[in-house]
Ligand binder design. Structure first.
Ligand code: M6R
Length: 636
């Protein structure tokens, strides 16, 4: 979704294309780091010191178009600039509709992420007052509104921005720069805004990825907050004008994790990072206590200090509600299965985008778990807002420190520790979410049954050994890369796919189908295998590859019957299996290592990611930034 960048050096101006990095170069580099979010046009506005005015350059399409245009301008001295990548909502992705937008005078420029829901009303009022609009976008209204407050007596640019912010409704994070004052303001109400303030310089961005090269100490703006930077000084207030103290968050993401390091795409790199990400997700969280007798698991203990749930909380709740979107929702379905199996607590999984419009009865005793890679998904967070209003407890599983979801989570946050995920398609974030969900289920079991159960094994399984061995098994699957690529070569021209799984592997069928459609644009559906004969089987013919997730458990004979049904109708069967099934006529088998059932979804996911990746690569799609998709969906 849209990405915002801003920079001001608070005095010293550099020349672009000169020896020192100017604000324009800094902003353009920042936009490159945000490209992964998904966008359709981009633009930069900069203050030209020599001519004492703001200039803008905006281009539809990829950032290279903007870069090319910027490389043609003559060297310019500039110490303030803002930039934007746009994911169109109101108005087509054209040059003129791209951000930044200006007021009538050209002294103000803004970049905006979100949706101004009352823009039409505000725009009509401003038109009556004589403002001239040049785009159909909702965002342009912000620049004119600020201008209007400047004209009607606001003493400073900050004051005009503050008053304008109070008039806006919807979701917005924006930067506004002013040529008269040579100042810059950042406003947040909904979508994320982060900044680095050091050495009389300020850097703003929609997320930390462009900032980590400057500092690992960032300031997250909270909702209804404004940052105002002028003459090298930063002031932070709320929308009422009350001065706030800055809280600095230390980011442990290392900048090198946000580069491709020899892989063709970020997605491929992120698939291959999974063994180490899984290790990071559990190491230091499970501790072997083989000689101790005071723990529920005499074999090991779960260390999730930040989870502030008590036995009373769990008993009173009697159920858990998970809310999430997209792949995170599918991780939620897996975590439901794990939690119900291990803890015997019923779990309800709800789409964030549906939950807010349902009449779901929420009680103050409820425990909610929000799952979100970005922590900024508007639909998921709005569902959690409802839970918060009803005083229910909130836990979250997220990848991004300091993100909005973390600020709502009164019962604790479990970080996935996957590092920056740049590819739009979720890979390492998804598998580490499941790992964290398993750890949480084990912790809930520990809290719930502390005094009641003691023993090394739970359900006859030594979880400590199984978890510790998982990264190695994930790595073995990565060695199948070349053979999976050969399978991709056979099927990349197909236009439809069916993915089928049962039980805990059903959500993985959904995830496999989502991965394929997201990055290859091939239509794919995930179904519970048992549902196939209730409808989807009508689609099966020799042009329909059907991918089965087959596990050597009590459901295997039933799934094998489904395979026979597909074969009988001429469909091509691909199987991902943890054993050699005794059945003829499977066109392609991807054999993976075995593990316990609750960990198996992680291993079954990896070959599906690799298959989708190779199919997309053969089709030549834009794998890291698939068309129409955004990494962080910060609007409804
Ligand atoms: O950041 P989140 O996990 O909240 O994002 C939720 C979905 O938008 C996300 O999982 C989306 O479905 C991905 N593109 C899946 O690959």
């Amino acid at each position: 979704m849209c990405g915002i960048i801003g920079f001001s050096s608070g005095g010293n101006a550099g020349y672009n294309q000169g020896n020192c990095e100017s604000s324009i170069d800094i902003v353009l580099n920042g936009l490159k780091s945000l490209e992964y979010r998904g966008y359709d046009s981009s633009g930069v506005a900069y203050y030209d010191e020599t001519e004492n005015k703001i200039k803008s350059i905006k281009k539809s399409g990829k950032l290279v178009n903007l870069s090319a245009e910027l490389s043609c301008i003559k060297p310019v001295k500039s110490n303030i600039a803002i930039g934007h990548i746009r994911w169109a909502t109101h108005g087509k992705p054209t040059d003129v509709n791209a951000h930044p937008h200006s007021d009538c005078s050209g002294n103000i420029a803004i970049v905006h992420n979100g949706i101004i829901e009352n823009y039409a009303v505000l725009k009509n009022k401003l038109i009556v007052k004589g403002h001239k609009f040049i785009t159909p976008t909702d965002s342009e209204v912000i620049a004119h509104l600020i201008e209007d407050y400047m004209k009607s007596g606001a003493k400073t640019f900050y004051e005009a921005v503050r008053l304008a912010s109070l008039d806006l409704s919807g979701a917005f994070a924006f930067l506004a720069m002013n040529a008269d004052e040579k100042s810059i303001c950042a406003v947040k109400y909904g979508p994320p805004l982060v900044m680095v303030n050091k050495d009389k310089e300020i850097y703003f961005a929609s997320d930390v990825s462009p900032l980590i090269q400057y500092s690992d100490e960032v300031i997250y703006l909270k909702n209804s907050e404004i940052a105002y930077f002028k003459d090298g000084l930063l002031k932070l207030t709320d929308f009422k004008g009350k001065t706030l103290n800055k809280t600095v968050t230390k980011i442990d993401w290392d900048a090198s994790r946000a580069v491709k390091t020899g892989f063709s795409h970020f997605m491929q790199k992120e698939i291959f990072e999974q063994p180490s990400c899984l290790l990071d997700a559990f190491s230091s969280r499970i501790v072997s206590i083989k000689n101790s007798s005071d723990s529920f698991f005499s074999g090991f203990k779960i260390m999730l200090e930040d989870v502030r749930l008590t036995k009373k909380d769990i008993d009173k709740a009697g159920r858990i509600i998970i809310t999430a979107c997209g792949s995170s929702y599918y991780a939620g379905l897996v975590i439901k299965y794990i939690t119900e199996t291990l803890c015997g607590i019923p779990v309800i999984v709800e789409y964030g985008s549906e939950f807010r419009y349902e009449n779901f009865p929420v009680s103050k005793n409820d425990i909610f778990i929000g799952i979100s890679q970005s922590g900024e998904t508007a639909d998921t967070n709005s569902a959690l807002e409802i839970a918060k209003e009803k005083k229910a407890g909130i836990l979250s599983i997220t990848n991004v420190p300091g993100s909005q979801i973390t600020t709502m989570s009164d019962k604790g946050v479990i970080y996935t520790h996957a590092g920056p995920e740049i590819g739009v398609a979720s890979t390492k974030a998804f598998t580490t979410q499941i790992m964290c969900g398993l750890l949480l289920a084990l912790r809930i079991k520990e809290i719930k049954d502390a005094a009641a159960v003691a023993g090394k094994n739970l359900h006859g399984v030594n979880f400590f050994d199984e978890i510790v061995n998982l990264p190695k098994k994930a790595e073995q699957i990565l060695f199948l890369n070349d053979s999976i690529k050969e399978i991709a070569k056979k099927y990349y021209k197909n236009t439809n796919f069916l993915y089928l799984g049962r039980g805990i592997l059903y959500p993985i069928a959904l995830e496999g189908a989502l991965k394929l459609k997201e990055i290859s644009y091939i239509h794919a559906e995930g179904y519970p295998a048992g549902e196939m004969k209730h409808g989807p089987i009508a689609l099966v013919d020799e042009n329909m590859p059907v991918l089965f997730l087959l596990s050597n458990n009590m459901l295997a004979p039933k799934t094998i019957s489904n395979i026979e049904e597909i074969k009988a109708r001429g469909g091509k069967v691909i199987a991902v299996a943890d054993y050699e099934p005794d059945i003829d006529g499977i066109s392609d088998i991807i054999k993976i290592p075995t593990t316990v059932e609750v960990l198996s979804p992680i291993l079954y996911t990896i070959p599906l990611q690799i298959l989708a990746y190779h199919i997309a690569a053969l089709k030549g799609t834009d794998i890291d930034q698939p068309r129409n998709l955004a990494k962080s969906v910060t609007v409804e």
